[in-house]
Design a protein around this ligand. Structure first.
Ligand SMILES: *Cc1c(COP(=O)(O)O)cnc(C)c1O
Ligand SMILES: [Zn+2]
Length: 437
């Protein structure tokens, strides 16, 4: 069976050619996903092949996404693949973080080691490749964050023109700076995220611009390989839990799909449980999971969190994420701004570091072990989604004790590490260090 697009809705499941430019099912409006037949090789053969590719100098073998190309076989011509050597991110143990989280041990898979500093690269390499195979000239997304940074880099490296739409007055400078540097045409519109999305869809259709927003099924395919690479790095030993932050829920959908497919293909014999962590002021998926009626999600009108990567009130991929969390017998937890800030500082003290949204994982783990949901001796992999330098003003404000939430609530610098000012005098500096270091 060749690769196809399929409607995710159980009652529809309509199929479309993989080369059709679709973002939702034309019949029912449902989300779309890529579906494939069984690969020619067995799981054992592929495990060996994928391991051997780590010795190769070929660009696609060096990519932590395309190394697993038999697992994402949507391209019929690999010359369309666009790579910046994404993936290949490390598993890093954090002793202090484990202790803080109430676990005997904890390992982070750090997606911040990607070319533009977030896991969006794992997906964007596939989204940009699909744009190339479709013969597109321009690609667009609506975002103020890591998606724009990543799309800009991948599009420009492939010779595509990136176009970014940002809600007026909602600019995140660190990430926007990357988009500008990577050559994205950046358009500010005086409207909110949902209004701009509707507008961009119309313009994209009229001008033949390919949309690389979060529901793009090819981005989800790329993000699946984060789970393949994590298991490959663990010699295919399945952890008890995979913990990740939840915003638009694309990653939750991708991890769930990837793990289910790896199980169906015989790579693993059980699924880890997914634990999705949301910020308290932006937790519509938490609310959905804890309500009696899970048939529709109630959006949060004015989402609030300093973890801007998960500041999403109306997550588009919720039907997929609901299915994946349920199938994996997973949980959804929510954490406060203070909990995120302190967990982030602990991850920093491990010498690892991450952006605020990523730290929701450790804050969530701490709550899940405290409530008894997660056992202390569990084998846990937490996903750090973004690089420590993505949001440096947050870090400086936290450590100097001036960080406040959007509504002006102060965050206590429980683990603050402010710089000190001393005078130009060696005796005074020596005295200071003798007492403090
Ligand atoms: C996009 C992003 C998230 C949220 O991921 P979703 O797939 O939207 O749930 C979390 N952290 C970082 C750093 C991100 O860039
Ligand atoms: Zn449908």
């Amino acid at each position: 069976m060749p690769a196809e697009l399929a409607c995710f809705e159980e009652r529809c499941r309509a199929r479309f050619p993989i080369t059709e430019v679709l973002y939702n099912c034309p019949h029912c409006g449902g989300l779309l996903e890529a579906v494939y037949g069984k690969p020619a090789q067995s799981a054992e053969e592929l495990k060996k092949l994928w391991r051997e590719r780590r010795m190769s100098n070929a660009p696609l073998d060096q990519s932590g996404v395309w190394r697993y190309r038999e697992f994402i076989p949507f391209l019929d011509d690999l010359s369309h693949a666009v790579t910046l050597r994404e993936g290949c991110t490390p598993l890093l143990p954090g002793r202090l973080a484990a202790e803080y989280g109430g676990l005997d041990a904890l390992v982070f898979k750090h997606q911040g080691f990607n070319p533009t500093g977030s896991f969006k690269d794992n997906g964007m390499t596939c989204g940009a490749s699909q744009a190339m195979r479709l013969g597109m000239k321009r690609v667009a997304c609506v975002s103020t964050g890591n998606t724009s940074a990543s799309m800009a880099a991948y599009a420009s490296s492939a010779g595509l023109q990136p176009v970014i739409f940002i809600p007026h007055g909602n600019i995140s400078f660190g990430k926007l700076a990357q988009a500008l540097e990577y050559g994205a045409k950046t358009i500010q519109v005086d409207a909110n995220f949902d209004q701009i999305l509707a507008l961009v869809r119309e313009v994209a259709e009229r001008l033949g611009i390919y949309l690389l927003n979060s529901i793009n099924p090819f981005r989800i395919e790329g993000q699946k390989t984060i789970m393949a690479e994590m298991l490959d790095q663990r010699d295919w030993k399945v952890p008890d839990w995979v913990v990740l932050p939840g915003g638009n829920l694309g990653n939750t959908s991708a991890f769930g799909k990837g793990l289910r497919e790896l199980k169906a293909l015989g790579f693993i014999d059980r699924l880890p449980r997914l634990a999705v962590i949301q910020a308290e002021g932006s937790a519509p998926f938490y609310d959905l999971m804890h309500s009696a009626d899970r048939s529709h999600l109630t959006p949060v009108g004015h989402p609030e969190t300093l973890a801007t990567a998960i500041k999403i009130g109306d997550p588009v991929s919720w039907p997929k994420a609901l299915f994946e969390v349920t199938t994996s017998e997973g949980v959804v937890e929510k954490v406060t701004e203070q909990e995120i800030a302190d967990a982030k500082a602990v991850i920093g003290r491990c010498g690892i570091g991450c952006e605020p949204a990523s730290a929701a994982t450790l804050a969530g783990i701490r709550k899940l072990t405290a409530s008894g949901e997660m056992r202390a001796d569990s084998d846990v992999v937490a996903i750090l989604t973004g690089n420590v330098l993505k949001d440096s003003s947050y870090i400086h404000e936290y450590h100097t004790g001036v960080l406040t939430t959007g509504s002006g609530m102060p965050i206590v610098a429980s683990l603050g590490n402010p710089p000190v000012v001393l005078c130009n005098d060696s005796a005074i500096i020596a005295d200071y260090l003798r007492v403090t270091v």
